[in-house]
Structures are given as structure tokens and as C-alpha cells.
Design a protein. Structure first.
Length: 481
């Protein structure tokens, strides 16, 4: 099927964006190479996998296969006084012993750069990613390219974001930002999406004792190559007052509206004034925040809790956010400037890539880590309800993963893990996925590691065609140069 003129036009814009980004990253790396630190790491992994269900077929239709994998990789980190760039790239070759028609070559790329164009004022962020993503999570699918399900596509997403920072004295510090994003799906049945976001924010800098504030104006527009569009506008602010050195009262309010346009230009919209109030409580080891109020979709809550101790760390959050699938995809792009200070929160499965519709994400997520003398225990849980607006129904994804990393000996580590997911589709169909896995790694020398993995995964669905059970064994060696 040929591409439409609109799709060709948007793809041309995307390539201009990618070329510009590559120029930024290349120039950044060149400048950094002259003045600062550039670290390059090359790896190559060779592995052999046996599986009894290479296509994740329903019971009775399984096909076994041996899969040979060659995976060269490159990591570059360049850091300077005013620039930073990170590039991660790999090429994954898969050879199937029983069916060469499945042989495939996959590429993965994640690159990001940040530059200070005008000292203390003008900055530029850029990022791009090329990867494989599940098309429809309601069908048999895997996050691994080893399984030939036919339910995945290559996706190329990019983002460019210039922004200006300005100190406004006692009023605070202002940031004006523009972000352009583009998502290209290499499956002709899926639409490409471009995104434009403009925002202005003002944040207090502590100039007035006990008082803090922030204000924002933001507009976001997403457009698919089918002609469907979404738009979200908001303006508001928050004021905080320190009741004590640890307790702060918060009041938040403003106005917001969401719009959705179908391929014929018909408009649906919803929105109005919103308000929230609550408190923030902080100590040396804990930070807790909770707000409650009302938004256009009803009663609303949000909160977070972070705890850091010598051996135990936890991060819990609950948010309610209007969004679209394209914004969720762009939010996963790599960043050259973010440095995690707390545990990461788990990512729920992406919605159906073929659905271009706005929805309200109501998401609870938590991560818990405990350090022991020779091992590390990590638990991650999430529960996300997606309420699609304007008659598209709702879905819910709940998942949990438990990982125990154990240093058995000076060269040997053992990592058993368990994963569980419950997925209620918009049709009401329920799916359950479980995975048990054990990884054993042995350090051959400072630059080489051998790994042996065995796992079992199964999906129980109310739709029998999506049921599957699979067992796999993998042996691999990774060499770093």
C-alpha cells in the first residue's frame, strides 16, 4: 500500500527533525570531545535459545525452534561544561533453525543531547529512539523480539525542545518551552503522529519566607496522518504556605479543556475549572504529598510518598492525567540530563497503538527496594485505569514484578524473578499473564560474562486465541571492548 501525500509530507518533516537532531548530537559530541570527557563502550553478545512455542500460539498449535542471536552494541557518553550527549545503539540478528523465513535483523537506537546555547538562559534538548513495540496488547505479544508473533512494529520517535530560562527576581524563575515530537510507525495499518507543545511556567525561588508558588500556561496538539486530532489546553497555578518547617499547605487551581476531532473534523470537547488542596510533609528520610479536589472528569486525587533509608527505599505515587498514546510514547524517549534520585516507577503496558483517542490515566505505581549483605530485593507494582473520553470505553492494567539479585560468589550471581499482569480490555475481556524466570551469570574475566537463563510464561485469556504457554532456555556470552 502506498503512502498518502500527507503521510509523505509528515515523514519528510520527521527526517528533517532526525537530521537536525543528529546534527545537534554530532556537533555536541565534537565540542565535548575537544573540551571534556568522552566514554565509548562496545559490546557483542552471542546467544542460543530453545523454545517450545516460538510464535506464542494457542495450546495445540505450538512450534518449537532453536534461535541463534548475534547482538553488537555501542554506548557513547560525552560530557562537557555546557553540553551532554548519550547514544545507545544495537543491531540484533536472529536466525531460526526450523524456519529461515523468520530470520530477521532488528535495530535499536536511543540518542539524546542537551546543550546550553546561551549561558544560563537558552537550552536545547533533543532525543530520538528506534525500537520495536507491541501493536495490540489484546493479542498474543511479547516484549522480546525472539518470539515471532507478528504483533509488533518498528517505531521511530523523535523530539526537539528549545527552552528559555529567566530570573524574574522576587517573582520567581520563568521557563518558556516549545516541544515538537514525531512518531513514525513502520506498519501501514498504523497512523503516524506529530505533536506540538508550548508552555510557560513561573516558579518561586524562596524569596518570600514561608510562601511558594508556581503558575503555568500550556497547550498540546497531536495530529495523526488519518486527520484525527486531539488538543489539550490548561492554565493554572499552585500556592504553598509553610505551616511548620516540615508541613506545607497547598492550594491548586485553574482551567483545562480537552478536544478531540475525528477524521471528518467533527469536534468533541470537555473541560472546565479545577481545584485541589492538600499538604506536603517532609523529613530527612520521607516526603509525603496529598491533594484532593475536582476536575472536569469528576472528583480527583493525587499523591506521592518517597522514603530513603540505609537499606530500604520506596517510591509510591498516584496521578490522574489526561493524555493520548502519542504523549505516553514520547515520554519514554531517552534524556541526557535526567539523573534519577529515587527508585524508578514501573511502566504499564502501552495501549493499542492503533487507537488515536484521548483518555484520562488514573495510575497508582510503587517501587520498593531492600538491600541485604549479598543480595538486593526489588518489588514494582502498578495499577492503571484508562478512561477513554467521548465514548471509547475504558481499560485497566495491573501488574507486579519481584526480582531478587543475589551475589552467590565472587564471580557468580543468581537472579530469580516473577512477573504478573491482569489486563481488562475495553471489550471487557480479561487476560492474565505470569512469568517465572531464573538468570545465572558468571564473570569469565573483567570484560566477559556468561549467562544462563530459563523461564516459563503463560497467558490465560477469556479469548482462547490469545492463550499461550511457553518455555525457553537461553545461553549467552557478552564481551565488552
Amino acid at each position: 500500500m502506498g503512502m498518502s501525500s500527507k503521510s509523505r509530507s509528515l515523514l519528510a518533516v520527521h527526517w528533517v527533525n532526525v537530521a537536525f537532531l543528529c546534527g545537534v548530537v554530532t556537533t555536541t559530541a565534537s565540542l565535548v570531545a575537544r573540551a571534556a570527557d568522552v566514554k565509548v563502550k562496545r559490546t557483542i553478545t552471542a546467544s542460543e535459545t530453545y523454545t517450545d512455542n516460538v510464535t506464542l500460539a494457542s495450546p495445540g498449535n505450538e512450534q518449537s525452534d532453536f534461535i541463534t542471536e548475534i547482538l553488537p552494541g555501542l554506548n557513547v557518553v560525552a560530557t562537557g561544561a555546557r553540553v551532554r550527549a548519550i547514544v545507545n545503539a544495537s543491531l540484533q540478528g536472529l536466525l531460526y533453525a526450523n524456519d529461515s523465513a523468520r530470520d530477521h535483523l532488528y535495530g535499536q537506537l536511543g540518542a539524546s543531547g542537551n546543550g546550553e546555547v546561551v549561558r544560563d538562559h537558552l537550552f536545547l534538548d533533543g532525543s530520538t529512539a528506534y525500537s520495536q513495540q507491541v501493536i495490540n496488547p489484546a493479542q498474543s505479544s511479547s516484549t522480546s523480539n525472539l518470539f515471532a508473533t507478528g504483533n509488533q512494529t518498528n517505531v521511530w520517535s523523535s523530539s526537539i525542545s528549545p527552552y528559555w530560562k529567566q530570573d524574574l527576581g522576587i517573582a520567581g524563575r520563568a521557563t518558556v518551552r516549545y516541544r515538537y515530537g514525531y512518531i513514525h510507525n513502520f506498519n501501514s495499518s498504523l497512523a503516524d503522529t506529530r505533536s506540538n507543545t508550548a508552555s510557560a511556567d513561573l516558579t518561586s525561588d524562596g524569596g518570600i519566607p514561608r510562601w511558594s508558588w508556581n503558575a503555568h500556561v500550556r497547550t498540546n496538539r497531536d495530529r495523526a496522518t488519518t486527520g484525527a486530532r486531539t488538543r489539550f489546553d490548561s492554565a493554572g497555578g499552585q500556592v504553598g504556605y509553610d505551616i511548620t518547617s516540615r508541613l506545607t499547605w497547598l492550594v491548586n487551581g485553574g482551567s483545562e479543556r480537552t478536544y478531540q476531532y475525528d477524521t471528518f473534523g467533527n469536534e468533541s470537547s470537555d473541560g472546565g475549572a479545577y481545584w485541589k488542596t492538600g499538604f506536603r510533609w517532609s523529613t530527612e528520610s520521607d516526603r509525603f504529598q496529598f491533594l484532593a479536589g475536582h476536575r472536569y472528569f469528576g472528583r480527583t486525587f493525587e499523591g506521592s510518598w518517597t522514603h530513603v533509608a540505609a537499606r530500604f527505599r520506596t517510591n509510591v505515587s498516584y496521578t490522574e492525567t489526561p493524555t493520548v498514546v502519542s504523549q505516553l510514547e514520547l515520554s519514554t524517549l531517552p534524556s541526557a540530563v535526567s539523573t534519577p534520585t529515587t527508585l524508578p516507577l514501573p511502566n504499564a503496558a502501552l495501549p493499542n497503538l492503533g487507537l488515536f483517542a484521548s483518555y484520562v490515566s488514573k495510575r497508582l505505581a510503587g517501587s520498593f527496594a531492600y538491600d541485604m549483605a549479598r543480595s538486593h530485593l526489588n518489588l514494582m507494582v502498578s495499577d492503571e485505569r484508562r478512561d477513554y473520553q467521548f465514548g471509547f470505553g475504558s481499560e485497566r492494567v495491573t501488574d507486579a514484578s519481584l526480582t531478587w539479585s543475589w551475589q552467590v560468589g565472587a564471580r557468580t550471581s543468581l537472579v530469580p524473578s516473577y512477573y504478573w499482569q491482569r489486563y481488562r480490555q475495553r471489550t471487557g475481556t480479561l487476560d492474565y499473564i505470569t512469568r517465572e524466570k531464573i538468570d545465572v551469570a558468571y564473570t569469565l574475566d573483567p570484560t566477559a560474562t556468561a549467562t544462563f537463563s530459563v523461564w516459563h510464561e503463560q497467558r490465560n485469556s477469556q479469548s482462547s486465541l490469545a492463550d499461550y504457554r511457553v518455555n525457553a532456555i537461553m545461553a549467552s556470552v557478552t564481551k565488552t571492548f
